[in-house]
Design a protein around this ligand. Structure first.
Ligand code: PBG
Ligand code: ZN
Length: 319
C-alpha cells in the first residue's frame, strides 16, 4: 500500500508553525557617541549609525513605534584612559543617554552593555598589567560601572567582558547599593569570534595589542560553554547569552536543553554585515535570508534575539 503517512498533507499549514519570531523577542543594539552632533553612518554596517545623545532618543522612539520593546546601549566616550574611568562616570555617555531616554519614553526596557573596552585606551575588556588582562582587579571596576548604570535607570546590565566571577561581583555590588531589582543579562558563552570585526569600528573598541583569546572562548569548544553558563547561573545571572548566534546554533540548542533560564542570542555585527554585503550585490534576497536566520535562532531555542535587523524585521513582521 502507498504510505499511510503523507507529510505533504499538512505541509505549509500556518497552523502548525513551530517557531515564530515576534517583535517582542527583539532587542536593538544602539551606539551612542559623545563626540558627535549628528548621526554618523557605520561604514561596515550599512543602515547602522552612531547617534548623539539627543538623536538616540529619536531612534528609540522610532523603534518603540515599530513595536520593539528593548534596546541595548553601547557608549563611545569623549575621552579614554588606561583604566576606563569614564565607564563609571555618572555623567558618562551611557548614563546620560539612559536618563535622557527614560525622560521621554517610559515603556522601553533599557539594557546597558557593561564592559571596559570602549573606555580604555588599550581597548581590552579588563585592566592591564604587563600586557596581561587582569581578572580579579577588573571585577571591582565592573561593580562600580553596574551601580552607576543602575543609578542612571538601566533596567538590565549586560556584562560582556568574560571575566571569571563577573556576575557574582556585580550582583553583590548592586544588592549592596540598593539595586536588587536591576537584572543581569550575562554574556555567558561569548566566543572569540572574527565576526566582531565591524563592531569594533562601530564602538571604537579595537584592541591595541594581542587579542581576546585569554578571556573569550575558543570557537571549537561546546562543553566549555555549558560550564560557563552554569557558573553564571550559579552566580546569579537572570538571563544568559550565547554570542555570536548563527554560527553557534548548536550552542544555543545545548544551553536551551540543559538550563531553564531565559536565553538570549546575540546576532553580531559580522552576521549583519555579511547579509548586507551579499544583498547589496544581489546575491541574496535580504528580507528572506534575514527572517530565515532569525527564525533559526528561535528554533534553536533562544527566547530573545539581539539583532541590528530589529527595525527591519519589525517592519516585515507588521505586514
Ligand atoms: C565588547 C563587545 C563586543 C561585542 C559586544 N561587546 C566585541 C568584542 O568582544 O570585541 C560584539 C558585538 C558585535 O559584533 O555585534 N565587550
Ligand atoms: Zn569588552
Amino acid at each position: 500500500m502507498y504510505p499511510k503517512v503523507r507529510m505533504r498533507r499538512l505541509r505549509g499549514l500556518k497552523l502548525l508553525t513551530e517557531s515564530r519570531v515576534s517583535v517582542d523577542d527583539l532587542i536593538l543594539p544602539l551606539f551612542i557617541d559623545e563626540t558627535i552632533a549628528a548621526k554618523k553612518p557605520i561604514e561596515s554596517m550599512p543602515g547602522q549609525y552612531r547617534h548623539p545623545i539627543e538623536g538616540v532618543v529619536k531612534e528609540v522612539s522610532e523603534a518603540r513605534s515599530l513595536g520593539i520593546k528593548s534596546v541595548l546601549l553601547f557608549g563611545i566616550p569623549a575621552s579614554k584612559d588606561e583604566t576606563g574611568t569614564e565607564a563609571f562616570n555618572n555623567e558618562g555617555v551611557v548614563q546620560r543617554a539612559v536618563r535622557r531616554i527614560k525622560q521621554d519614553i517610559d515603556d522601553i526596557v533599557i539594557i546597558t552593555d557593561l564592559c571596559l573596552c570602549e573606555y580604555t585606551t588599550h581597548g581590552h575588556c579588563g585592566l592591564i598589567e604587563d600586557g596581561q588582562v587582569l581578572n580579579d582587579p577588573t571585577l571591582e571596576v565592573l561593580g562600580k560601572i553596574a551601580v552607576s548604570q543602575a543609578q542612571s535607570g538601566a533596567d538590565i546590565v549586560a556584562p560582556s567582558g568574560m571575566m571569571d566571577g563577573m556576575v557574582k561581583a556585580i550582583r553583590a555590588k548592586l544588592d549592596d547599593e540598593g539595586f536588587s531589582d536591576t537584572a543581569i543579562m550575562s554574556y555567558a558563552a561569548k566566543y572569540n569570534s572574527a565576526l566582531y570585526g565591524p563592531f569594533r569600528e562601530a564602538a571604537d573598541s579595537g584592541f591595541q595589542f594581542g587579542d581576546r583569546s585569554s578571556y573569550q572562548m575558543a570557537f571549537a569548544n561546546a562543553r566549555e560553554a555549558l560550564r560557563e553558563v552554569e557558573l553564571d547561573i550559579q552566580e546569579g545571572a537572570d538571563i544568559v547569552m550565547v554570542k555570536p548566534a548563527l554560527l553557534y546554533l548548536d550552542i544555543i540548542s545545548k544551553v536551551r536543553a540543559r538550563f531553564d533560564v531565559p536565553l538570549a542570542a546575540y546576532s553580531v555585527s559580522g552576521e549583519y554585515a555579511m547579509l548586507k554585503a551579499a544583498s547589496e550585490k544581489g546575491y541574496l534576497k535580504h528580507n528572506d535570508v534575514m527572517m530565515e536566520g532569525l527564525t533559526a535562532i528561535k528554533r534553536a531555542g533562544a527566547d530573545l534575539i539581539i539583532t541590528y535587523f530589529a527595525k527591519e524585521a519589525a517592519k516585515v513582521l507588521k505586514t
